[in-house]
Design a protein around this ligand. Structure first.
Ligand code: GTP
Length: 249
């Protein structure tokens, strides 16, 4: 069987077109309707969906933002020193990762959490080669604490880790169904892109992801799919190469 991916016809053995993917979850998604913290129902739904992906046999790495608990950038605009605020944000991602690990293990999914900041009483420290071994052994590998550096977002972490572990794609799971030419909440005429190049994203100043993350993906020819995680089954569709969300190439 063959399938067209990024305009190229490739031969594939199964309905799923990727072997190793990096899923970037927004912290805000975990908050659900309560708007803050971690909603147990949302977490359970996410764990069930990830379990389905794992059962297909795809190697899955995950990064989670921390915006449901603390936003570094917001902290700094409120007067906190930026680096200090970012460290708090990184710790917030660790909490989300541990919660996700718990939810996944409750539904029988083997996981490992690896932190960019050493906290060995809590979880493993990120070591690239070890992360790859975990993935090869079928463990959902969750990357916590961003890159370990202030001034970098979780999107940049996703792009960096995806390059490091040789993932074939970054799946950016969000609350919207793709990339638009303007904010669809504010502009009812906003146009959604099915496909767009990284260069177009940069030149048009589309702000769905920061430019550091975009540049990293572009330089490493790493495709990205932006899709709405709120629609059950979307993740499986993306992984089957169905036209869901926006593909950035
Ligand atoms: P393999 O050797 O590839 O099978 O990996 P493994 O992760 O099963 O083996 P290991 O003995 O390294 O880890 C056993 C358990 O301890 C796993 O749940 C790890 O996540 C956990 N673990 C390993 N290193 C650390 C650490 O530095 N801190 C914490 N808190 N847990 C760790």
């Amino acid at each position: 069987m063959s399938k067209e991916i990024w305009g190229v016809l490739v031969s594939i053995d199964s309905t799923f077109v990727y072997n190793r993917v990096l899923l970037k979850l927004s912290g805000e998604h975990l908050a659900g309707d309560q708007g803050y913290g971690i909603d147990a129902e949302v977490l359970k739904g996410l764990a069930d969906e990830i379990k389905e992906i794992k059962e297909i046999g795809i190697e899955l790495a995950v990064t989670v933002g921390g915006g449901n608990i603390f936003r570094g950038l917001k902290g700094s605009t409120d007067g906190m020193e930026r680096a200090q605020a970012d460290y708090i944000g990184m710790l917030a991602t660790v909490m989300n990762c541990l919660a996700l690990q718990d939810a996944l293990e409750k539904v029988g999914v083997d996981t490992r959490v690896m932190s960019a900041i050493e906290m060995k009483e809590v979880c493993e420290t990120y070591i690239r080669r070890r992360a790859i071994r975990h993935l090869e052994k079928g463990r959902v590998t969750i990357f916590a604490a961003g890159t370990g550096n202030p001034f970098f977002t979780t999107d940049t972490t996703a792009a960096l880790r995806a390059c490091e572990i040789d993932a074939e794609v970054v799946l950016k799971a969000t609350k919207v169904d793709g990339v638009y030419d303007s904010d669809p909440v504010k502009n009812t005429q906003a146009r959604k892109f099915d496909r767009i190049s990284y260069m177009e994203v940069l030149t048009q100043g589309l702000e769905f992801m920061d430019s550091t993350a975009i540049s990293l993906c572009m330089e490493n020819s790493l495709p990205l799919v932006v899709f709405n995680l709120g629609v059950r089954g979307n993740m499986q569709k993306v992984l089957s190469g169905e036209p869901v969300g926006t593909t950035v190439y």
